[in-house]
Design a protein around this ligand. Structure first.
Ligand SMILES: [Zn+2]
Length: 182
């Protein structure tokens, strides 16, 4: 996927890295002809992540997520709904359809239009994943993957503040993946 380009004058694209970017890697599966440039260490890291997020099977992907749980803090309680909502907006995740809106978080016991009856864990999982009731399992899985990608400490320059949120996202997908409701 990469070899050194000695003539490259680019800087490594890894945030904060001052090394020359002599190794290139495709930006994304959809942009195989557009490249990011990295130093040797960071291209290796990037390529590992590439394999991570483009794994061929769900099992491989899940296994990788499980292995990444080494930095998990299992005794920490989940955030309360209000805090969670702030957490999402802190991440800059839009909520155009108001799925995580006031009604969902402030009046959890009240029936909200368009919401169907679900086991409470699955309801909570949908809220955490910012998914909608009518989504298919594969749509929810896509959402899950993109959240994991955004929240994973390896993907955001080592920002560990989102670990707890990532834990919740992984937990949420655990509730949905074998559910017959989706
Ligand atoms: Zn670098």
């Amino acid at each position: 996927m990469s070899g050194a380009f000695e003539t490259s004058t680019r800087k490594c694209n890894h945030p904060g890295c001052k090394e020359p970017g002599r190794y290139r890697a495709p930006k994304s599966p959809d942009q195989l002809d557009e490249f990011l440039w990295f130093c040797k260490n960071h291209v290796r890291e990037y390529n590992l992540k590439w394999n991570f997020f483009n794994g061929t099977t769900e099992e491989e992907f899940q296994a990788q997520v499980d292995r990444d749980r080494v930095w998990e803090r299992p005794t920490k309680p989940f955030r309360k709904p209000g805090e969670e909502q702030r957490a999402w907006s802190r991440l800059g995740i839009d909520d155009p359809h108001q799925v995580l809106g006031e009604n969902a978080t402030r009046n959890p016991g009240k029936a909200v239009a368009g919401k169907r009856r679900l086991p409470s864990k699955e309801r909570r999982a949908l809220d955490i994943l910012d998914a909608r009731d009518h989504w298919s399992k594969s749509e929810i899985r896509s959402q899950y993957k993109s959240l994991v990608k955004d929240l994973h400490p390896d993907m955001n320059g080592g920002n560990r503040a989102d670990e707890e949120l990532l834990q919740q996202v992984v937990w949420a997908w655990d509730q949905i993946k074998d559910s017959r409701n989706f």
